[in-house]
Ligand binder design. Structure first.
Ligand SMILES: [Cu+2]
Length: 177
């Protein structure tokens, strides 16, 4: 009787150990799977981030090229006399080319032009500016280039028309003498 009880206890201990071991193995498998899952997720996020960055750069490059083409269209549509009057096509100091550097973590834009241009943008709903001379959107940590031709002496306003930005002080005046 005593012998059989001992055997039973030994058997019980043995099955408890087996159960503990299988729980441990199961835990290890779950941990390994979670780690692999997390690694795959981060790898995918990283690849997506890089693709997004490359796409942004490509977009910026194509907009820059289109902006240049648009600008030349505007310039070449003028009378030859007007072009000469405004300084000609080569080495023209009255031609303004601005590189807008945005070292802020948010979007900004640089719009230069007359009152009509600013009125249109103040009430406008354009989130992103197409390649138009004098209008450029610049994403966080990015650079944008825009060109503008100063026709005559005077002052020209430049403004960031994103909500609240102008009121915060993102505007100024360029004086051409
Ligand atoms: Cu702004």
């Amino acid at each position: 009787m005593i012998l059989s009880t001992r055997r039973r206890i030994r058997k019980k201990n043995c099955s408890l150990q087996v159960r503990r071991a299988s729980v441990l193995v199961l835990t290890l498998v779950v941990v390994a799977m979670l780690t692999l899952g997390a690694a795959a997720f981060f790898e995918r996020m990283f690849a997506e981030h890089q693709a997004e960055r490359a796409h942004g750069q490509q977009l910026q490059a194509s907009q820059l090229a289109e902006s240049g083409v648009e600008y030349m269209k505007v310039l070449l549509s003028r009378d030859p006399a007007q072009i000469l009057d405004s300084g000609g096509l080569y080495a023209n100091p009255s031609l303004f080319q601005g590189v807008v550097v945005n070292d802020d973590p948010i979007n900004h834009e640089f719009i230069i032009g007359d009152d009509e241009v600013h009125a249109r943008h103040e009430s406008g709903t354009e989130v992103f500016h197409p390649p138009v001379p004098g209008e450029v959107s610049v994403g966080p940590g990015r650079q944008g280039v825009t060109t503008y031709l100063f026709d005559e002496p005077g002052s020209v306003r430049y403004v960031c028309h994103l909500p609240g930005h102008a009121a915060y002080g993102m505007q100024g005046v360029i004086t051409v003498e």
